[in-house]
Write a protein that binds this ligand. Structure first.
Ligand SMILES: [Zn+2]
Length: 265
């Protein structure tokens, strides 16, 4: 980066900080600069109870907390229904979005963020990443991160590989290259098989433990139909719903970047 531009950027950052406009800070301090400088970031802190962050499936806790996650959206019809159901109960969840769907519905992605949910990176085209080169993987991740940032002003701080296909070496590669931990799941109702009836909610209500990460899809109508029963059933069991970042004891995803960004200058 040319020195003049660097100085200007620093001045802008100081001005922004002086104003206390933290919401603007990440826009300037993060993103391409970090990639361009190649500066090594500190690795993420490990999870609350010592779990490796290379591949997160759940946390160990006695607290009745649970993270509900929705993959493969946004879906023009079903995602708004999910958001309405969550909003009606004051519940926050995490959405792992597909980049090529984000660019088709940026307003919907902005709504997800605005309503307090976390947005995670679920790649651009939902490939089988075990068959991709590291370069191709980073391209899938970066294009999606940019799409989410265009829609919301913020980049995801977590990634979920399609089909869960990602080995530990790939997870470490992604964490070191982009500071993105891999988030898998511990409860899988296999809703994409469209089991019908109450099968999805029955499975979740029976198999959820404290610290669980529940996988579901906001592109499956059975999931949306079962969602009120899942939420009310887990609430009745004493569960509190948190985002993935909250589950891990991290700051909210859209408040993160000023903590991890490279110092300017
Ligand atoms: Zn998926």
């Amino acid at each position: 980066m040319p020195i003049n531009e660097n100085k200007t950027r620093r001045a802008v950052l100081q001005g922004v900080t002086a104003l206390g406009a933290t919401a603007l800070w990440p826009r300037f301090a993060y993103g391409q600069d970090r990639l361009r400088t190649g500066t090594q970031l500190r690795p993420f802190p490990i999870g609350r109870n010592g779990e490796s962050v290379d591949q997160i499936r759940r946390i160990r806790t006695n607290d009745r907390v649970v993270a509900l996650t929705f993959d493969d959206g946004p879906h023009a019809v079903l995602t708004p229904q999910v958001l309405d159901i969550l909003a009606g109960r004051g519940i926050r969840a995490s959405f792992f979005v597909i980049g090529n769907r984000v660019v088709r519905a940026p307003g919907l992605v902005a709504r997800i963020a605005r309503e307090g949910h976390e947005i995670g990176n679920h790649t651009w085209s939902h490939p089988h990443m075990s068959q991709l080169s590291d370069h191709a993987i980073l391209d899938e991740i970066d294009t999606t991160a940019r799409a989410v940032e265009m829609a919301t002003g913020f980049s995801p701080v977590i990634m979920r590989p399609p089909y869960g296909e990602f080995d530990r070496r790939q997870s470490r590669m992604l964490r070191l290259a982009r500071n993105l931990p891999t988030v898998l799941w511990s409860v899988d109702p296999q809703d994409w098989r469209r089991p019908g009836g109450w099968a999805i909610s029955d499975y979740i209500l029976t198999n959820t433990n404290p610290g669980a990460v529940i996988l579901s899809h906001d592109i499956v109508d059975d999931t949306v139909r079962n969602l009120p029963r899942v939420l009310d059933g887990l609430s009745a069991q004493g569960y509190r719903f948190v985002t993935i970042s909250e589950l891990l004891g991290w700051p909210a995803w859209n408040q993160r970047r000023h903590l991890t960004a490279v110092p300017i200058g």
